[in-house]
Design a protein around this ligand. Sequence first.
Ligand code: ADP
Ligand code: ADP
Length: 226
Amino acid sequence: STRIDIVGVTKTYDGNTRAVDAVDMSIREGEFFSLLGPSGCGKTTTLRMIAGFETPTEGVIEVGGVDVTHVPAHKRDMGMVFQNYALFPHRTVGENVAFGLRMRGMERTTIARKVADALAQVELVGYEDRRPGQLSGGQQQRVALARAIVIEPRVLLCDEPLGALDKKLRQAMQFELKQLQRKLGLTMVFVTHDQEEALAMSDRIAVMNAGKVEQIGAPSDIYDRP
Ligand code: ADP
Ligand code: ADP
């Protein structure tokens, strides 16, 4: 399973900043789960600990019952998408998407097929040979999404992935991302500071403030409270 259990997790930087403060929550398999709150409340730190990039100071994070810090990086079944796309500017779209597959030492023909499939999923068929700089912001974010899903992860971690896009495009991409998450059956952890976005996309939302989870529930629960 890809259920994510966050159990008594605290992350302290420099011995005093409590970026994440005694958080307990579980993210269900296949749900679209958002971490919502203002800048500095601990969303990214939580996401990075789920990814295994950071180790909790206290507590444990398990994916499918296994402590993420005990799983080697290349065996973690997770894709990541960031706000700034983090594409390699001098590489083609195809090379950018192929990156994770090359790292896994896959055969050239298998890579080509998987890259084409991933680009089809994000509606960028035929863009293999372009460079990121020749694409719009929305297209670049689709390339970043293709690069994340090409390894066929069961968990997708997104850090403000639509934050750099203008409002109209952002709404279109919200819809596309939600559809893709459903279609692929991904367990989604989605970081945003935009309440409207979290309400529109999520099955459940954790509202964070100053390192703590203040509310957790379906959009209707969150919305109803003052
Ligand atoms: P958010 O994603 O909600 O904006 P972050 O998780 O990035 O919040 O940050 C939470 C708090 O932890 C902030 O006070 C931030 O400055 C601090 N912080 C985050 N990463 C580090 C780090 N690597 N070193 C020191 N402090 C950090
Ligand atoms: P966000 O967009 O979530 O607010 P930031 O731009 O604050 O993220 O942080 C970007 C990166 O810098 C993250 O990897 C975070 O862990 C790190 N970081 C954030 N705050 C600090 C800090 N005070 N000291 C060192 N690193 C930090």
